[in-house]
Design a protein around this ligand. Structure first.
Ligand code: SAM
Ligand code: SF4
Length: 364
């Protein structure tokens, strides 16, 4: 019965909230059937290519206090670091030389002038040393429209800002409700990014306390409504030094969070066939082949961690973060084998821009 329903939903593209919620909650053999069907279908339209973005988590200083995050301002046990400009530029050169195509710069959130100006000059420098050949995505939280514009002009062309949950009530269960953590302000940032001309990405965590399949269905509809170009979403993983840790016994088991995350990726691929979907690192913290499974069922972007090894262990958003003791070389070698095992091809030296972006904006 359920198999027939799955087939009908896929064939007729009946992707209303009720059906999305049903697909997101699938288990057992029906789930296996569903994931396989999406995996086989989507490569026919989007192709087999997977794009690499070298991820540099260059600083864990943060001015915010999100209840789920291990590097939140109030976690006094977090060993803080800020990688110097030379090491960041070296990482960019590494990505360029290893034909990664793109770089992602990510950090805790700061909006002081010293920080925003530093990013502007780093972006210009990276563009210069890689002869404009390396694509640059940034993920530096909420900023003013002027700052977003300045960074865009300096060479960043994609921006990732997860909404974390599109349910406003849930948003305030996982963030303080104050000026620094404001749901509408975060949504407005996404609009600003689109207006400026960034390929705009958002995403959510999956398996948060209080979250339901219906909430997750609404998240997917939020992405569609906002008409985003990219999505990165992964399982929520609790961290002992955070306020949400007190709900650890009420969460879905970790394996179920992983399963639902893959269901979300596959279902988003049905809903938005031409966007970029990243295989989140958090998937690998649960299952050593987590990201490769995501590639099979809908993801087409993977972000090898190229943060200098000495600092990796301190960017602990959650516990058991993978690859914290490997050098970037180990990571790129193991990844290329893994991508091939997932039946995908690597788009070496390609920016791998979102096809959806070009359709949405009419640019080519
Ligand atoms: N500070 C920026 C921001 O918040 O947009 C960028 C860096 S932040 C660490 C990147 C993402 O990490 C967040 O959007 C959040 O979804 C994810 N994250 C934080 N804590 C997490 C946790 N405990 N489990 C899973 N993902 C987490
Ligand atoms: Fe800071 Fe981002 Fe973590 Fe929130 S999720 S505490 S903004 S690093």
């Amino acid at each position: 019965m359920s198999i027939e329903r799955i087939q009908k939903v896929i064939n007729n593209k009946e992707l209303n909230k009720e059906n999305l919620s049903f697909l997101i909650g699938l288990e057992g053999e029906e789930r296996d059937f569903y994931l396989k069907a999406v995996g086989e279908n989507y490569v026919k339209t989007l192709g087999k290519k997977v794009f690499f973005r070298g991820l540099v988590e260059f600083s864990n200083y943060c001015t915010k206090d999100c209840y789920y995050c291990g590097i939140r301002k109030s976690n006094s046990h977090s060993e803080r670091y800020d990688i110097d400009d030379k090491a960041i530029i070296d990482a960019a050169i590494f990505a360029h030389e290893h034909k990664y195509g793109s770089l992602v710069l990510q950090s805790g959130e700061r909006s002081d002038k010293a920080f925003t100006e530093r990013i502007t000059s780093l972006l210009k420098k990276i563009k210069e040393v890689t002869k404009g050949e390396l694509g640059i995505t940034i993920s530096l939280g909420e900023q003013s429209e002027e700052t977003y514009q300045e960074w865009f002009d300096a060479g960043a062309h994609r921006y990732l800002l997860r909404i974390e949950s599109s349910n406003r009530n849930l948003y305030y269960k996982i963030h303080p409700e104050d000026k620094k953590h404001n749901f509408e302000a975060r949504v407005n940032c996404l609009h600003s990014l689109q207006k400026i001309g960034y390929q705009t990405g958002t995403g959510v965590m999956i398996g948060l306390p209080f979250q339901t399949y219906d909430d997750l269905a609404d998240d997917l509809l939020f992405f569609k409504e906002l008409n985003v170009d990219m999505v990165g979403m992964g399982p929520f993983i609790e961290h002992t030094e955070t306020p949400l840790y007190k709900y650890k016994d009420d969460l879905w088991p970790i394996q179920r969070r992983f399963e639902v995350a893959l269901n979300m990726i596959a279902t988003l691929r049905l809903l938005m066939p031409d966007i970029n979907i990243a295989a989140a690192t958090a998937l690998q913290a649960i299952d050593p082949m987590g990201r490769e499974k995501a590639l099979r069922y809908g993801a087409n972007v993977i972000m090898p961690n190229i943060t200098p090894t000495a600092n990796r262990k301190d960017y602990t958003l959650y516990e058991n973060k993978p690859c914290t003791d490997e050098g970037a070389d180990d990571c790129s070698n193991c990844l290329s084998i893994r991508v091939e095992m997932a039946g995908r091809e690597i788009g070496y030296s390609e920016w791998g821009d979102s096809k959806h972006f070009f359709k949405r904006t009419g640019k080519e």
